[in-house]
Design a protein around this ligand. Structure first.
Ligand SMILES: N[C@@H](CCC(=O)N[C@@H](CS)C(=O)NCC(=O)O)C(=O)O
Length: 214
């Protein structure tokens, strides 16, 4: 399998399936196709029917959209336990994953993922503050109700954690003040070997996207 991703430093959507697949120990190649907004990323059309990354190729099969890729690998590698075993917990994990995939646009548009950024606070608008509050509520509820047996949202690491991974990175880069529960969750995420591998690669990249530097 081959996962086509954007710049590791900025491509938050690419980070999600990559960390899920790497953490699960799935064998795949990574192909980096740098984003270039000066030419409207037309080169992405060579790799992706939607002109967006990430895209997963499994032989001739092409799967795009981060959450669809995660769903595909969870089905193809059931032993990896990428969703919770318990049906009620699995349904909840899907609810919060869909909520992340479909929402939080104020946060995503104002605090871009940028692992190179020297961590420092940045003023943000009310919409972003509301998104942050909702995310912290999701994390607190999961840690209290479904997080037994491990430091992640459903105890063991699942796709739900992968979907929130770029948010963890953003909260760190922009020094968003968080609760002790969120802080502990963020530390567990950043300690994952897969996280460290992605971050180390991101820090070697020297591409700069001016619009993502805030
Ligand atoms: N809903 C898509 C979003 C993918 C997306 O927007 N990817 C960005 C990179 S993080 C992209 O390819 N941008 C290229 C462009 O907008 O031209 C997903 O979940 O995969």
């Amino acid at each position: 399998m081959r996962l086509v991703i954007g710049n590791r430093n900025y491509s938050s959507w690419s980070f999600r399936p990559w960390i899920a697949m790497r953490h699960a120990g799935i064998d795949f190649e990574t192909q980096v196709v740098p984003l270039d907004f000066t030419v409207d990323n037309v080169h992405l059309l060579e790799h992706s029917p939607s002109k967006r990354v990430p895209v997963l190729y499994d032989g001739d099969l092409c799967i795009w959209e981060s959450l669809a890729i995660c769903e595909y690998v969870a089905e193809r590698f059931p032993e990896a336990g990428l969703w919770p075993q318990n049906p009620a917990m699995r349904a909840r994990a899907r609810s919060i994953s869909c909520e992340m995939h479909a929402g939080f646009s104020a946060l995503r548009n104002s605090l871009h993922m940028n692992m190179h950024r020297k961590p420092a606070a940045l003023a943000y608008h009310e919409g972003t503050a509301k998104d942050i509050a909702r995310i912290e509520q999701i994390w607190a509820d999961c840690r209290a109700e479904t997080g037994q047996g491990g430091p992640f949202l459903f105890g063991a690491f699942t796709i739900a954690d992968a979907m929130f991974a770029p948010v963890v990175s953003r909260f760190h880069s922009y020094q968003v003040p968080v609760s002790p529960v969120s802080k502990a969750y963020m530390e567990a995420m950043a300690a994952l070997p897969a996280w460290r591998e992605w971050e180390a690669e991101a820090l070697t990249e020297d591409w700069v996207i001016p619009g993502s530097e805030v």
